[in-house]
Ligand binder design. Structure first.
Ligand code: FAD
Length: 465
């Protein structure tokens, strides 16, 4: 048996565990850290991400947290000559509803602690200039939010949208990154600073003052295979649980539990051979709930199945679409996080065969040119998915647990790529007992004892996309 000893052991080399390892080394280059994963780094949930980011949230604490993460990603972009491919055309939230009072109230609340943030409303005959998202460059992108209520402006700027769209909320500090490149860069830095990565499956943890992680190293190159080979053990003073969908599994090894569950979410990517979507269209979200436009025959077929009949009922909003691969690329990504059924995680989740057609029908409501692909999606359409690991309120869990010396960083739902930097930094600050930012308390397990925050959260939407 190979034995290792360290000050901090991190279980999980997804984007969140890697960011934590990176910021531990940034804070204190001398701290001994071992990062351990059963598979290749970035190969589980982090490989499924749409890699989008935004600072738009229903609550100012999440806005501050993701703003911090975007600041850190901007620093990484500057330090690496934009190796992380950060771009910024914003998020466009489209709705058929003309009365924007509720939307404006949510925006004002979400950004209430963001100093100098402008929310500009563009109605007919507006006097303020609206800057269309012609460039993908993040450094020259406008800040703040534009609310478009002028039909001619909407149609001329977003010609692919259905003419029924009456309102666009254009969040400007939003776009996409290459989270894979970001993870690889941070991992390289971690290793170059003396950090160790071990490929091993943790299947037992002893805790008696220190932690002893018992593992079986995995030498198989198949990332989904965690079969066993040589036994190793890692003795560590502090333990960080960054196991993504397996957070609860690791917590149970410490005889504790975490208030998290997993829901399977799926996406498709395909080549836009019909050029249905303009390449400069920002990440676009249809905010409105909808009845999918099935044919009578399809509807009849769906109604016969217990599994599928819900698809004939009102489906939630937030279906999204964006061009993938830059202005010269040809691919599109579509996603719709409508599944709210909790399930036990698996390394090989079973995807819904009908999902590609479901998401396509839903997305064609905002971008009708997508109808050309109905029942004829290209043969090489990539259908993939992974788990949103989340708390009921859709806020992450970052900080100490009820086991002395053990920390958690996870429950990153559909925002783990964009928030990994701030989450990793925050967990590193906790583990090093350093000064914490204002949002630390609310994002830790301590919030469950804070009735003010919890009752506030019950009244808000979760911001799941
Ligand atoms: C379909 C989809 C689309 C998404 N789109 C976006 C998006 O556009 N923007 C965004 O910001 N986020 C998005 N997300 C969310 C984001 O991908 C996740 O929040 C993030 O990847 C979670 O990272 P993680 O490191 O916590 O988990 P993971 O990437 O799952 O990493 C956990 C690691 O722990 C390891 N592990 C677990 N148990 C053990 C064990 N016993 N021993 C050793 N290792 C173990 C696993 O092998 C794994 O590598 C999306 C997610 C999905 C599913």
């Amino acid at each position: 048996m190979n034995r290792y000893s360290t000050e901090v052991a991190i279980i999980g080399a997804g984007i969140v565990g890697i960011a934590t390892a990176y910021y531990l080394k940034k804070l204190n280059p001398d701290v001994p850290v071992i990062l351990v994963d059963a598979a290749e780094p970035m190969a589980l949930t982090s490989a499924q991400s749409g890699e989008n980011y935004r600072n738009w949230w229903p609550h100012p604490i999440m806005t501050a947290f993701t703003d911090r993460s975007i600041d850190l990603m901007e620093t990484l972009s500057n330090e690496t000559n934009n190796l992380i491919n950060m771009n910024r055309r914003g998020y466009c939230l489209a709705s058929r509803i003309e009365d924007t009072d509720k939307l404006m109230a949510e925006l004002n609340h979400g950004y209430s602690q963001s100093s100098n943030l402008q929310i500009r409303v563009h109605e007919n005959n507006a006097t303020q200039a609206y800057h269309p998202p012609t460039s993908a460059d993040w450094e020259s992108a406008p800040t703040g939010v534009d609310v478009l209520k002028d039909q001619r402006l909407i149609q001329s700027t977003f010609p692919s949208y259905d003419p029924s769209i009456k309102t666009i909320v254009h969040i400007r500090r939003a776009g996409a990154i290459s989270a894979q490149q970001m993870g690889q860069h941070m991992l390289q830095y971690f290793k170059a600073s003396g950090g160790q990565f071990l490929r091993a499956n943790v299947d037992e943890i002893e805790h008696d003052g220190d932690f002893v992680l018992r593992t079986n190293t995995n030498t198989n190159t198949n990332t989904n295979d965690v079969s066993t080979k040589n036994h190793i053990s890692i003795k560590s003073e502090k333990l960080i649980n960054a196991a993504g969908p397996f957070l609860q599994h690791i917590a149970s090894m410490l005889s504790t539990t975490l208030p998290v569950h997993n829901t399977l979410q799926q996406k498709i990517a395909f080549e836009d051979t019909h050029k249905a979507i303009p390449r400069n269209m920002p990440f676009s979200i249809d905010l409105d709930a909808q009845l999918i436009d099935w044919t009578d025959e399809e509807r009849e077929w769906l109604l016969e199945s217990d599994e599928h009949k819900a698809l004939t009922e009102l489906m939630p909003g937030a279906i999204h679409c964006r061009p993938e691969g830059g202005d010269k690329g040809t691919w599109l990504k579509l996603g719709w996080a409508y599944n709210s059924n909790a399930e036990l995680p698996s390394r090989n989740p079973v995807l819904t065969d009908a999902f590609p057609e479901i998401v396509l029908r839903g997305a064609a409501r905002l971008n009708p040119a997508l109808k050309r692909y109905e029942t004829t999606l290209p043969k090489h359409t990539h259908h993939y998915g992974g788990y949103y690991t989340l708390t009921n309120e859709n806020w992450p869990l970052i900080g100490p647990t009820d086991v002395a010396g053990a920390f958690v960083v996870g429950a990153m739902s559909g925002f783990g790529s964009m928030a990994a930097c701030a989450a990793g930094e925050l967990c590193a600050l906790h583990a090093m007992d350093a000064q914490l930012p204002n949002y630390a308390h609310a994002l830790s397990l301590l919030r469950y004892q804070d009735t003010t925050i919890m009752s506030e959260l019950q009244a808000l939407s979760t911001g799941i996309l």
